[in-house]
Design a protein around this ligand. Structure first.
Ligand code: PEP
Length: 250
């Protein structure tokens, strides 16, 4: 059985006061959540607050990006070792906003994945197609390309050490959610593709859905056989909304 995971992606939002209040709200009401694992991924400057405020709770946390080298002359970048130093468990890799605005390539993302695995940080690998790509019938080709780049560099067994998030770009932050059937179709495609390399890895790896998941659509998505939870953007910035999604995973 795969344990459901609901992870918040706060993106470039927050302040010290906002983070403290949000975490207090999540901590205060997360006690009733039994089966679902909770995690939040914060901007780098707030990781020290997560380390402090989530100590002693089962809520895991992480960052939204990482460098593909461990240290040295990479001005402005943050390494896996640094994230580990702040107690991070997860790191989001290959988010579509980074592919789009930071020109991240499949090759860079595969190297980031390798760094995370080598240092026992759990990568959440994002894959997903744009609206034009979907309209042109390229959804499977695009997510296959995103997935294959990571398998080619890291081997299929490395996938078992991470999490995959299917995030259709057209659904991120738009209020347009993939239907449960659309999402399930892509999740099943990804799992079958992994199974072609290794059935045990395919059965084990968690595949989250991300893209305007909210409390009013989470249950029908998470109930799909190949959807193992959610990567939540906007809705993770409100404690009650985020927790309602976590309840759906339970
Ligand atoms: C995301 O950024 O990963 C995401 C899923 O965003 P939203 O939930 O706001 O669509």
């Amino acid at each position: 059985m795969r344990q459901p995971l609901v992870a918040g992606n706060w993106k470039m939002n927050g302040s010290k006061a906002f983070v403290a209040e949000l975490l207090m709200g999540i901590k205060a009401s997360s006690g009733g959540i039994q089966a679902t694992e909770l995690a939040v991924c914060a901007p780098f400057p707030y990781l020290y607050l997560l380390e402090e405020l989530l100590a002693g709770t089962p809520i895991r946390y992480g960052a939204q990006d990482v460098a593909f080298e461990n240290d040295g002359a990479f001005t402005g970048q943050v390494s896996v070792k640094m994230l580990k130093d702040f107690g991070c468990h997860y790191v989001i890799i290959g988010h579509s906003e980074r592919r789009q605005f930071n020109a991240e390539t499949d090759a860079m993302i595969a190297r980031k994945y390798a760094q995370a695995i080598a240092n026992e940080l759990t990568p959440i690998l994002c894959v997903g197609e744009s609206l034009t790509e979907r309209q042109q019938g390229q959804t499977e080709a695009i997510v296959a390309r995103h997935l294959d780049a990571v398998i080619e560099l890291n081997g299929v067994d490395a996938l078992a050490k991470g999490v995959i998030a299917y995030e259709p770009v057209w659904a991120i932050g738009t209020g347009l959610t993939a239907t449960p059937e659309q999402a399930q179709e892509v999740h099943a495609f990804l799992r079958t593709r992994i199974a072609a390399h290794s059935q045990p890895v395919a059965s084990q790896v968690r595949i989250l859905y991300g893209g305007s998941m909210k409390s009013n659509n989470a249950l029908e998505l998470i109930m799909q056989p190949d959807i193992d939870g959610g990567l939540i953007g906007g809705a993770s910035l409100k404690a009650d909304e985020f927790l309602a999604i976590c309840q759906a995973g339970d």
